[in-house]
Structure formats: C-alpha cells, structure tokens
Design a protein around this ligand. Structure first.
Ligand SMILES: C[S@@+](CC[C@H](N)C(=O)[O-])C[C@H]1O[C@@H](n2cnc3c(N)ncnc32)[C@H](O)[C@@H]1O
Length: 249
C-alpha cells in the first residue's frame, strides 16, 4: 500500500470542527491542572507533541459510549481526556507502571470521570472485554517486536464484532523523523529497552490478516515526528483488502 497525500482519502477520516478543538483544549487544561507540577510538565509536553487536532481526531474515531480499553495508559491522560469528551464512555486503563496508575486514579477522581485503572502488563492482563474499542497511544513500539503480533491478536479477541482498534504510533519513514523520535524515546527509557517501530503498511497488512478493515492517516507536525493513526474495524468476517491512507492537515 502506498501513502498518497490525498485529501480525498483524508476526508474519510473525521475532522474536528473549531468548536470541537476548543472543547478538546479545555479538557486538556482541566487534566493538566489536576496533576502535580512534575507530571503536569510531562502532560503539557505530551499535549504539545500530540496536538489538539490529532487527539480530537482520535476522539471522533472512538465510540461515544460503552467500555473502552486504554492499553499503556501511563498517567491516564487520554482516559481522562476521552471520558471528558464523551461521559458515556467507560474507560479502563492498564499500564505496568504502578506509579503512573496511582496518578491516573488520582486525576480521574479529581475530574470525576468514569474510568478504572489497573497496574498490569498487557501481556498478562486480566481484562477480557468485550470492549467496544481498544486504543494504544504511543505504546506499541515499547512492546518487544517478538510479542507485538500476539498482543494485537489478544486485543482483537477482547473487541466486540464491529469494534474499533485505534493505534497511534510512529512510523519508520522518513528516516530522519524516526531517528529524531528514537533519540527522545531513548532519553525516556534508556538504552536497554527494545524500541520496536514498524512501518504503518506492515501494521495495516497485519491487521487485515486479523480480519480488520483498515484506514491510516499520517499526521504532520512542526517537529519531525512521523505520527500515524491507524483506525481498524473488526469485521464480522475476514475483510478483503480494504485500506486507505491519507495525510491529516
Ligand atoms: C510513551 S508512554 C505513553 C503513555 C500514554 N499512552 C501517553 O500517550 O501518554 C508508553 C507507555 O507504555 C507503557 N507500556 C510499555 N510496555 C507495556 C506493556 N507491555 N503493557 C502495557 N503498557 C506498556 C509504559 O509503561 C508507558 O506508560
């Protein structure tokens, strides 16, 4: 699959209105204010990296209600964000980092959002679903490449038919963008942890093999992060090559 920068394809992705972007920004500020200073600084950097447009687009890809799994939720920033945007969502966040989970619980309590958090590795999670949606925001490349396919396949089993899998990750091209991201990721996780980035075409193929129909959008940034959002719908039967690729403006 090539990645044509076609607005025709980009229009197949939901695009937030100015009003939706404004309410997204307000929701993000409420989260930042609920955090202690160190975590607040981290959150503001994450908000700047991910940009309101990217988050608002992900918000429109997720169902407006029902159970949703946030894999690798960290401080629960996005669980708190997506729950504020649609109070009918019941978001369950998992992350192996107990400190982050404790912080996620505190923030959710302050904001009064309907979320639950568990200190768990996705590879040993007790979560079973069925979920209406599962999302991973900059998490897949932190899972060793030998485990990635098994993890996605396990998450597929937890999704209801017609459910949505949303992956926000970093693609491998252009090379300079990848190296830029890798340096910053290394600063966060050190040199020992494997960073297992994959090209978005590889993810698309893999997801189609698992029976999803797949849409991909590349999200340009002022910084050279090669952001990509992959929106996959679990089909009732194996879906024959149905994929689209686009660039979000
Ligand atoms: C870059 S952070 C992203 C956190 C959050 N999704 C966000 O966007 O702010 C990656 C997260 O993935 C989590 N993670 C790494 N390996 C994981 C695994 N095997 N299962 C679940 N989460 C994992 C890390 O603990 C970390 O919180």
């Amino acid at each position: 699959m090539s990645s044509p920068p076609s607005s025709e394809h980009a229009s197949s992705f939901p695009s937030p209105s100015p009003a939706e972007e404004l309410s997204a920004t307000q929701a993000l500020w409420r989260i930042a204010r609920a955090l202690p200073i160190v975590e607040r600084s981290y959150a503001i950097i994450r908000f700047m990296i991910l940009r309101v447009k990217l988050l608002a687009t992900m918000d429109l890809l997720l169902p407006a209600e029902g159970p949703i799994l946030d894999v690798g939720c960290g401080f629960g920033l996005w669980s708190a964000y997506f729950s504020q945007m649609q109070p009918g969502r019941r978001i369950i966040g998992i992350d192996p980092n107990a400190h982050r989970i404790a912080m996620a619980q505190k923030v959710a309590a302050k904001l009064g959002v309907k979320t639950e958090f568990f200190a768990e590795d996705v590879r040993q999670t007790a979560a079973r679903g069925p979920f209406r949606a599962v999302y991973l925001l900059d998490v897949l490349h932190h899972i060793p490449s030998a485990d990635q396919v098994e993890v996605v396949s396990q998450l597929t089993d937890m999704l209801e038919e017609g459910g949505t899998l949303v992956i926000k990750d970093i693609t491998t091209k252009p090379w300079l963008g990848l190296k830029f991201t890798e340096i910053l990721d290394r600063a966060m996780v050190g040199m020992k942890e494997e960073l297992a980035y994959r090209h978005h075409n590889e993810w698309s193929e893999l997801l189609r093999d698992l029976g999803y129909s797949v849409r991909v959008v590349r999200v340009p940034d002022v910084l050279p992060y090669p952001h990509v959002i992959i929106a996959a719908t679990k089909g009732k039967r194996p879906v024959v090559a149905s994929s689209q690729s686009a660039v979000l403006n």
